[in-house]
Design a protein around this ligand. Structure first.
Ligand SMILES: Nc1ncnc2c1ncn2[C@@H]1O[C@H](COP(=O)(O)OP(=O)(O)OP(=O)(O)O)[C@@H](O)[C@H]1O
Length: 260
C-alpha cells in the first residue's frame, strides 16, 4: 500500500515555467493516467517524481519527502520506464531485465532473482527474446523489455512514460492489461503518461489532464473525457461515445486552438 502526495510542485527549465504549482494524489491500487498535449509537462512531472529533476514544492511517498529518501531506497519503491532509452550496459534481454533486481541485490545474484526475471519474461511473453542482444531489438520489443526491467524491481509505484508508444494494437492491450492486473493484485500504483485517450479510457482509474503547466482537471475518465474538455485542451473537435460505460473518442478535426 502506497500513497504519493504532490504538493505545490513547480519546475522550469532555464527559467521557463513548465509545472506551475501542481497538486496531485496517487492512491494505492490505482492506475493514474497523465494526459495532455505535447509539451504540457507529463515527462517533466514523471522525472520530478523519480528525483531525476529537482522541483520546488514537495513529493511525499507515504508522508515522507522523497528528498530525504536515498536513491537505493527509492529504486526499491519506484520503477521508472523512460520514454526511450540509450542501450543499457547489459547485452542480452535477460541481463537487461536482471538489472532491475539491482536495488535488491547486495553483491550476489540469487536463484530467486533469476526466477523472478524468468517469471517476468514469461508474464510479458518475452522468453523467446531472452538471449537476444537488447540493442538489436525493434522499438516495440525494447519498450516491453524496459517495462519488464521496471517490473523486476518489484516497485510499489510504476512510473511509465508513454509505455505503449511503440507497440502494436495487440501488445498495447497486453501491456496495459498486465500493468492494470499487477496494480490490483499487488496493491501497487502506476502513473503513466499516455497520448491515446481511448487506451486511457479503457485502463486508467483516474486521469490528470495537464494543460499549460497546471492540472486542468483530475478525476475518473467517464467524467473528464468529453467533447468540451478535448476541445479546450487539445483544440480538437471530437465525438465522444459511450462504450460499456467507458468514453470512446473519435477525433474529427483540428481547430487550431487550445494548445498547451
Ligand atoms: N531538457 C530540457 N531543457 C529545456 N526544456 C525542456 C527540456 N525537456 C523538456 N523541455 C520543455 O519542457 C516542456 C515540457 O516537456 P515534457 O517533455 O515534459 O512534455 P510532455 O507533456 O511529456 O510532452 P510529449 O507529449 O511531447 O512527450 C516542453 O516545452 C519542452 O520543450
Amino acid at each position: 500500500m502506497v500513497n504519493i502526495t504532490i504538493k505545490s510542485l513547480t519546475f522550469g527549465y532555464n527559467g521557463s515555467m513548465i509545472l506551475d504549482n501542481l497538486n496531485l494524489v496517487v492512491e494505492d491500487s490505482e492506475v493514474l493516467g497523465l494526459v495532455g498535449p505535447n509539451g504540457s509537462g507529463k515527462t517533466t512531472l514523471i522525472k520530478c517524481m523519480d528525483k531525476i529533476l529537482k522541483p520546488k514544492g514537495s513529493i511525499l511517498i507515504d508522508g515522507r519527502d522523497i528528498d530525504t529518501v536515498s536513491r537505493t531506497e527509492l529504486a526499491k519503491r519506484l520503477g521508472y520506464v523512460p520514454q526511450s532509452s540509450s542501450t543499457p550496459l547489459a547485452t542480452t534481454v535477460f541481463d537487461t531485465v536482471l538489472m532491475g533486481r539491482r536495488p535488491h541485490i547486495s553483491w550476489r545474484v540469487s536463484d530467486s532473482d533469476l526466477d523472478k526475471v524468468a517469471d517476468i519474461l514469461g508474464l510479458l511473453h518475452l522468453e523467446y527474446l531472452a538471449m537476444r542482444d537488447f540493442s538489436q531489438l525493434s522499438g516495440g520489443q525494447k519498450q516491453k523489455v524496459l517495462i519488464a526491467r521496471a517490473l523486476a524491481q518489484e516497485p510499489e509505484v510504476l512510473l511509465l512514460d508513454e509505455p505503449t508508444s511503440s507497440l502494436d494494437m495487440k501488445h498495447q492491450l497486453e501491456v496495459m492489461e498486465t500493468i492494470s492486473s499487477l496494480v490490483k493484485e499487488k496493491k501497487i500504483s502506476a502513473v503513466m503518461a499516455l497520448h491515446d485517450l481511448n487506451l486511457a479510457s479503457m485502463f486508467v482509474d483516474k486521469l490528470a489532464i495537464l494543460k499549460g503547466g497546471k492540472i486542468y482537471a483530475a478525476g475518473e475518465p467517464i467524467d473528464l473525457l468529453n467533447a468540451k474538455n478535448i476541445r479546450d485542451v487539445y483544440g480538437v473537435e471530437a465525438v465522444v461515445m459511450n462504450n460499456l460505460d467507458r468514453p470512446y473518442i473519435v477525433p474529427l478535426r483540428s481547430l487550431n486552438e487550445g494548445v498547451a
